[in-house]
Design a protein around this ligand. Structure first.
Ligand code: GDG
Length: 467
């Protein structure tokens, strides 16, 4: 089997079952790299005075990683700028938060060229290349420009926005056209894929062939809807680990007979935390007889703290959680525990298992792995209930969850009430159906589905001509 070259903004080297926030994805990519050989290339996360393109190669647990440092200006314009202040909000339907600065676009292009230049010498003719996510749209084109004829695939981990929103991005057309340098593009859902097709058809006169190939002029690209999963077995085992059991006991003791509702999210406006808090508050006021039977634990480790919109959401949530607790808490009860720190994965697994309700209500999310982790961690004899936003990619696969509109405080409030009062038989039936899906379409299934598509692309296509 040919080697795999994975290229992503950050490289998460595997170091056991508690590896960083990317968890299952890191584990799965590492497994594929171990099996087929290959390299995982990306930014080290470190800053340097001047970009030199010097690669730091490391080998750990059978996986080779290659990383480069970036200059301060690169980090500002490419990472904090175009990736996280322009594309992230726009692709999550938040044009009100998207910032369009030419400097950001220039920095993004420059860093993609730098990545291509740096990784190019590491690529051998038979390697299969897999580029990850919105930080790297133009990378495939830059590799083609440097004579790379290999199979190159791209996977988008976030939603694809509606055409009318995307049209607000200066030079959207040019950016999207760079995607036609890839052989295969993967999306989490049919909806995101169709949205991409809609843009390409309407704005770029692309034609869809019956085999799922999208063509503009001589260039073509195969599109696949390929939902990412988690390492379900590993996560279920984590939920049975000593650390998880200890956490479970701790949570149960501190709950003193009350039902725990849990939310776990990076502190990001796309995750709908403000709306979630308001929905929960609505529950407290709408169902006063039940309010002291519950408490909400929201774990929200800060992310992208140097971007202003993230500082703003943090301030908003601090104010709102204080307000909710101020208005509703009693001598023996605090309705909302809002925690701004991360925990090891086995501790998280114990928290999920102790929770009667998993509250996952993003306003827009490519997939959402927390929903799947929550299901994997449950006790089969007494499972909790998943409340899931219908705007998360995961909703397309998880129909047996209580699906809600996260913007509606009433819907969130009613779903909490329904979950709390759900009979055991119904809880088990819903959970079994959800668990079967999480087990079957796990992260290895995702990885194989995408890489099989990529490896099956014929070697001789016009797309590989330099552009
Ligand atoms: C992007 C897309 C898509 C969270 N807190 C802690 C912690 N986490 C872990 C969770 C989960 C992961 O972080 C978050 O995954 P999500 O899928 O919810 O979200 P994004 O980070 O936004 O990821 C998303 C994903 O890519 C994959 O394609 O699903 O839609 O936005 O695994 O458990 N992990 C640890 N401590 C924490 O406190 N260890």
């Amino acid at each position: 089997m040919s080697r795999l070259i994975v290229i992503s903004n950050r490289v998460t080297a595997p170091n056991g079952s508690n590896s960083g926030a990317q968890g299952g994805l890191a584990v799965a990519l590492a497994a594929a790299l171990r099996e087929n050989g290959g390299i995982w290339f990306g930014w080290s996360g470190e800053q340097t005075d001047q970009f030199t393109g010097q690669i730091s190669m490391q080998r750990s647990e059978g996986v080779t990683t290659a990383t480069v440092d970036l200059e301060e200006q690169d980090i500002d314009e490419y990472y904090n700028g175009y990736a996280n202040r322009t594309l992230w909000p726009l692709f999550h339907y938040r044009i009100d938060l998207a910032e369009y600065e030419r400097g950001f676009a220039g920095g993004y292009q420059r860093v993609n060229e730098r990545f291509a230049e740096t990784v190019r010498p590491l690529i051998e003719p038979d390697d299969v290349i897999w580029v990850q996510d919105y930080h790297m749209f133009p990378l495939g084109q830059e590799l083609r420009r440097r004579g790379c004829r290999n199979r190159i695939g791209f996977f988008l981990h976030i939603p694809w926005p509606p055409r009318r929103l995307l049209s607000s991005l200066p030079k959207a057309h040019e950016l999207i056209e760079t995607l036609f340098a890839y052989d295969v593009i993967g999306f989490h859902t049919q909806e995101w894929m169709e949205s991409f097709i809609d843009f390409a058809r309407a704005e770029m006169e692309a034609v869809v062939q019956p085999d799922g190939v999208l063509r503009i002029g001589l260039k073509s690209v195969k599109l696949v809807a390929c939902p990412i999963g988690i390492d379900a077995k590993e996560f279920a085992a984590l939920a049975e680990s000593d650390a998880a059991r200890e956490t479970y006991q701790q949570m149960r003791t501190s709950a003193v007979g009350r039902s725990l509702i849990v939310g776990v999210d990076r502190l990001d406006y796309s995750k709908g935390l403000e709306e979630r808090f308001l929905g929960y508050e609505r529950f407290l006021t709408t169902y006063p007889e039940q309010r002291k039977e519950v408490f909400l634990l929201q774990i929200a480790p800060p992310s992208r703290a140097s971007v202003e919109t993230y500082q703003r959401i943090r301030n908003t949530l601090e104010g709102l959680s204080g307000k909710i607790n101020g208005a509703h808490a009693d001598l023996d009860w605090v309705p909302l525990r809002y925690v701004n720190q991360g925990y090891p994965r086995d501790v998280l697994a114990g928290v999920y298992r102790a929770a009667r309700i998993g509250l996952v209500t993003p306003l827009r999310d490519g997939m959402n792995l927390v929903a799947k982790e929550y299901i994997a961690a449950q006790d089969p004899k007494d499972p909790g209930v998943l409340i899931l936003s219908k705007f998360a990619g995961a909703a397309a696969q998880m129909e047996q969850a209580l699906l809600v509109n996260p913007y509606s405080a009433e819907e969130v409030s009613d779903a909490i009430c329904q979950a709390l009062n759900m009979p055991l038989g119904e809880r088990i039936a819903r959970w079994q159906a959800l668990k079967a899906g999480v087990d079957e379409q796990d992260v290895m299934w995702w990885l194989k589905k995408f890489t099989d598509e990529l490896r099956n692309v014929p070697m001789e296509t016009e797309t590989r001509l330099p552009v």
